[in-house]
Design a protein around this ligand. Structure first.
Ligand SMILES: CCCCC/C=C\C/C=C\C/C=C\CCC(=O)SCCNC(=O)CCNC(=O)[C@H](O)C(C)(C)COP(=O)(O)OP(=O)(O)OC[C@H]1O[C@@H](n2cnc3c(N)ncnc32)[C@H](O)[C@@H]1OP(=O)(O)O
Ligand SMILES: Cc1cc2nc3c(=O)[nH]c(=O)nc-3n(C[C@H](O)[C@H](O)[C@H](O)COP(=O)(O)OP(=O)(O)OC[C@H]3O[C@@H](n4cnc5c(N)ncnc54)[C@H](O)[C@@H]3O)c2cc1C
Length: 674
C-alpha cells in the first residue's frame, strides 16, 4: 500500500498486524474500487489534489468561529473548484467541472472536515439542470453552472413541509401579460428552509413551487431563480434570504432560508422538460410519469448509498487501527495487556462495520448500473421500470444511511473516550452520516414507499401475475409452509427473503382484517405501518445480502486463494450477523430450531477469530490516505498518543498559562468578592 511518506515510523503493533496479514491488500483495494483501473485513476487524482498540501489548514477547523469556518470552507472550495477545472477534469475523464464522480467527491473530503458550501451545487443544482431542463434551457444554463459562473442550490423543503412535497406552499403564478411567473411566500411556514449554500454562497437556486396558471393549480414544479446580484452578490429586491444557524453537523454548508415577495421571473425559467406553460398560460404535460419532477431526489438517493459506504470505511479504518495499538486490561495476569482488538466483543463491534462498508459499496455500484438502465429506458419513453427502481432506491437509501450511522457510532464506542474527541474524526463522520438518514427522504417515509410497492407486488403474486426481479421471491410466499432453514450463504439469503415475504403477508392479512372490521383503507394502512416498515427493512436486507454475495462471487472469480477466503469470510459474517440480529423473525418464518441458532452463534464467534489476523489488512485495503481520515486515532502510522497530544497543544485554551476567566470570575468567587 502506497503512503505519502514512505519513511514514516509505524507503531510496532500496527507493523506486526501488517506482517500478519495473509492476503494481497492491493487486490482487495481493487475490488473495493471496482477494478485496478479505477484504483490507478483514483490515486492519480489524489496525488494531484492532495500532495500540494492545499487541503491543510494552519489552524484546525474546530478551533475557528462559525464565520471563520465558513470563510475557510469557501476558500478551500474555490481552490478545489479551480483544481477541478484545470488539472482534475482531464485526469478523471470528465469533460468539465460539475459532472462530479465519486472519486472527485471523495478526494474533496480531504479539504473539509465537515462539508463544502458547494455540495448542493454539484449534488443537486447541476443534476436538476441536467435532468429537468429542455435541451434549449440546458444549453443556456449548464455551461454557466459547470464553469461556476453561477452557483446554485436546491430549495424544496419549507419550514412547514419537507416530506410531503405536495403540501409545499410557495406559489408560482403565471402572468400572461408579462410572460412571467410571480413567486410568492404566502405564510411563514412557506419559507424555504434548509437548502445548502443558500445562506451566503449561492446566487441561483432551483425553487420547487406550486404552479398556478389560468386560475388552476397544477402541483409542484421546479423553477430556476436568481436570488443575488451576479456582481455584488446583494440579495435582489423581493428576496428575503439568510442562514438558518448552528446545526449538529453541516456547519460549513451555510444552509439557508428564502422567502419571496411577489418576485417575478421570466416564463423560460420554469424547467420545462416534463411540463410546460405556453406563452398564453396553457399548461402542457409532457412526461408520461407523474413523478419525474422528483428525479433529482432519486439520483441523490442512489449517490448516497456510495457516499455512506465510503464514510463507514473511514470510521472502520480509524477504529480498527486504533484497536490494534490500544492495549487495555489484563485478563491473563502473567501476560502483557492485550490489544483491544483481541477482545471478541470488540471484533463483534468492528468487523460488521468493515463487511457493511463492502456490502454497501458493491450494492451502490449495482444500484448505479440499474439506475443507468432505467434512465436509458426512460429516454425512449418507457417508464415501466421506474416504480420498482423507486422502491429499490428508497429502501437502499434508508437502510444504508441508517446502518452506516449506527455503525459509525459503534466505531466511536469501540474507541472509548478518545473516540469522543473531534480530532478522532469519528464525531464529524457521525454528524454527517446521521443527517443522511433524514435528508433526501426520511428513513420511515422512504421505507413506507417501498412497502407500498411490496404490498402491490404481493397482490400480484397472489393473482399469479408476473413479478419484477427484486421481488420475484414473493412467488414462493404462498406455499403454506415455513421456509426450510439452511445455514449456507444461499440458504440464509433465502431465509431473509422468506422473512420479507412473511412480514409482507402479515401486513396484507392485518390490513384486510382491519378493513373487514370497518376501517378505511387509509386507516388500515396506518395501523399497519410499524409492520410495513419492518417488511420493507427485511426486503432491503434480503436485497443487500443477495447482491453482496453475488457480486463478491463474481468479482473474486480470478482472485488469489487467500483473497477469495477473506472476502468470503466477510460476506458470511454479514449474513450470520443479520441472521443472529433477527432470530425472532427467523423462528416465526423459517424452520430454524433453537439448536440451529446456538450453532450459528458459535459459527459467528469462530468466524470473528478467523478474520481477526487480517483486520488491519482489511481496513488498509480501503486505502484511505491520512488526509481523508482527519484522525488522530486512525492514521496509517498509528502514532495515536503523540497526535492526541499535538492536537491538544494546538487548543487556543493552551495559549496562555492563566485564563482570563481566573481574574474575572474564579478569583473573585474564591476570595468571596463576587
Ligand atoms: C455528484 C456529487 C454528489 C455528492 C453527494 C453527496 C451528498 C448529497 C448531496 C446533496 C444532499 C444534501 C442535502 C439534502 C438535500 C435535500 O434533502 S433536498 C429535499 C429532499 N426531499 C425529499 O426527499 C422529500 C421526501 N418526500 C418524497 O419524496 C415524496 O413526497 C414522497 C414521500 C415519496 C411522497 O410523494 P407524493 O407525491 O405524496 O406521492 P405518494 O406517496 O402519494 O405516491 C404516489 C405514487 O408516486 C410514487 N412515487 C413517489 N415518489 C416517486 C419517485 N421519486 N419516483 C417514482 N415514483 C414515485 C409512489 O410510489 C406512488 O406510487 P403508487 O403506484 O401510487 O403506489
Ligand atoms: C443537513 C440537512 C440538509 C438539508 N438540505 C436540504 C436542501 O439542500 N434542500 C432541501 O430542499 N431540503 C434540505 N433538507 C431538508 C430535508 O430534505 C428534510 O428535512 C427531509 O426530507 C425530512 O423532512 P422533514 O424535515 O419535513 O421531516 P418530517 O416529515 O417533519 O419528519 C418528522 C417525523 O415525522 C415522520 N413522518 C413524516 N411523515 C410521515 C408519514 N407520512 N408517515 C409516517 N411518518 C411520517 C418522520 O418519519 C419523522 O420521524 C436538509 C435537511 C438536513 C437535515
Amino acid at each position: 500500500m502506497t503512503q505519502t511518506n514512505n519513511n514514516m515510523t509505524v507503531n510496532p503493533d500496527l507493523a506486526m498486524e501488517r506482517a500478519k496479514c495473509n492476503f494481497n491488500v492491493l487486490e482487495v483495494t481493487h475490488i473495493f474500487d471496482g477494478g485496478e483501473r479505477n484504483t490507478l485513476q483514483r490515486k492519480k487524482i489524489e496525488d494531484v489534489a492532495l500532495n500540494s498540501g492545499a487541503s491543510k489548514d494552519a489552524l484546525g477547523e474546530e478551533h475557528m468561529s462559525p464565520k471563520e469556518k465558513y470563510e475557510n470552507a469557501v476558500r478551500k472550495s474555490c481552490i478545489y473548484a479551480t483544481m477541478m477545472k484545470n488539472e482534475l477534469a482531464e485526469l478523471s475523464g470528465l469533460e468539465s467541472f460539475g459532472v462530479s464522480s465519486p472519486v472527485i467527491r471523495r478526494t474533496a473530503d480531504a479539504f473539509f472536515k465537515e462539508v463544502s458550501p458547494f455540495l448542493l451545487h454539484l449534488g443537486m443544482f447541476v443534476p436538476t439542470i441536467m435532468g429537468q431542463c429542455t435541451p434549449e434551457q440546458q444549453s443556456y444554463w449548464l455551461p454557466r453552472a459547470l464553469d461556476m459562473q453561477i452557483i446554485g442550490t436546491y430549495a424544496q423543503t419549507e419550514l412547514g413541509h419537507g416530506t410531503f412535497i405536495r403540501g409545499l406552499e410557495t406559489t408560482a403564478t403565471y402572468d400572461p401579460e408579462t410572460e412571467e411567473f410571480v413567486l410568492h411566500s404566502p405564510t411563514l411556514s412557506s419559507y424555504k428552509w434548509w437548502a445548502g449554500g443558500l445562506g451566503k454562497t449561492v446566487n441561483y437556486c432551483i425553487v420547487v413551487a406550486q404552479l398556478y396558471t389560468k386560475g388552476e393549480c397544477h402541483g409542484t414544479h421546479p423553477f430556476i431563480v436568481q436570488i443575488r446580484d451576479e456582481d455584488t452578490h446583494v440579495p435582489l429586491p423581493g428576496i428575503k434570504v439568510g442562514e438558518i444557524g448552528p446545526k449538529m453537523g453541516f456547519n460549513t454548508a451555510d444552509n439557508g432560508f428564502l422567502g419571496f415577495d411577489h418576485y417575478r421571473i421570466p416564463r423560460e425559467h420554469m424547467l420545462m422538460k416534463n411540463a410546460q406553460v405556453l406563452k398564453d398560460g396553457t399548461y402542457v404535460k409532457v412526461a408520461r410519469h407523474g413523478k419525474l419532477t422528483y428525479g433529482t431526489m432519486v439520483f441523490v438517493r442512489v449517490v448516497l448509498v456510495n457516499e455512506v459506504a465510503f464514510n463507514l470505511a473511514k470510521a472502520s479504518t480509524i477504529a480498527v487501527r486504533y484497536s490494534a495499538i490500544r492495549r487495555q486490561s489484563k485478563p491473563k495476569p502473567d501476560e502483557v495487556e492485550p490489544q483491544i482488538l483481541d477482545y471478541v466483543t470488540q471484533q463483534h463491534k468492528l468487523f460488521i462495520a468493515i463487511a457493511t462498508a463492502h456490502a454497501l459499496q458493491l450494492c451502490s455500484t449495482w444500484l448505479w448500473e440499474s439506475f443507468s438502465a432505467v434512465l436509458a429506458q426512460m429516454k425512449g419513453g418507457n417508464t415501466d421500470t421506474l416504480p420498482e427502481f423507486h422502491a429499490l432506491s428508497s429502501c437502499l437509501k434508508a437502510i444504508s444511511t441508517s446502518d452506516s450511522a449506527h455503525l459509525i457510532e459503534q466505531c466511536r464506542h469501540a474507541c472509548g473516550g478518545h473516540g469522543y474527541m473531534i480530532s478522532s474524526g469519528i464525531p464529524n463522520l457521525y454528524n454527517f452520516v446521521s443527517a443522511t438518514r433524514t435528508y433526501e427522504g426520511d428513513y420511515t417515509v422512504l421505507l413506507l414507499q417501498t412497502a407500498r410497492f411490496l404490498v402491490k407486488a404481493y397482490e400480484q403474486a397472489e393473482a399469479k401475475k408476473p413479478l419484477t426481479p427484486t421481488v420475484s421471491y414473493l412467488a414462493h410466499a404462498f406455499s403454506g409452509s415455513r421456509a426450510t432453514w439452511d445455514n449456507s450463504p444461499d440458504g440464509i439469503i433465502r431465509s431473509f427473503q422468506a422473512l420479507a415475504a412473511g412480514k409482507t403477508a402479515v401486513c396484507v392479512t392485518n390490513m384486510r382484517k382491519r378493513m373487514r372490521a370497518g376501517l378505511s383503507q387509509v386507516d388500515a394502512w396506518e395501523m399497519s405501518t410499524i409492520q410495513l416498515v419492518a417488511a420493507a427493512e427485511a426486503h432491503c436486507r434480503a436485497v443487500i445480502a443477495d447482491t453482496y454475495r453475488k457480486e463478491i462471487v463474481r468479482l473474486t472469480a480470478n482472485s488469489s486463494p487467500n483473497v477469495k477466503v477473506v472476502m468470503d469470510q466477510l460476506t458470511t459474517l454479514y449474513l450470520y450477523y443479520w441472521a443472529l440480529e433477527r432470530t425472532g423473525d427467523l423462528l416465526m418464518f423459517t424452520s430454524v430450531s433453537q439448536k440451529d441458532l446456538v450453532d450459528l452463534q458459535i459459527a459467528y464467534e469462530e468466524l470473528l477469530l478467523k478474520i481477526r489476523p487480517n483486520a488491519v489488512g482489511l481496513v488498509d485495503a480501503f486505502d484511505l490516505r491520512d488526509e481523508l481520515l482527519h484522525s488522530t486515532l486512525g492514521s496509517y502510522d498509528g502514532r495515536v498518543y503523540e497526535r492526541l497530544m499535538e492536537e491538544a497543544l494546538k487548543s487556543p485554551m493552551n495559549k496562555e498559562p492563566v485564563s482570563d476567566a481566573y481574574s474575572k470570575y474564579l478569583r473573585p468567587m474564591m476570595k468571596g468578592k463576587l
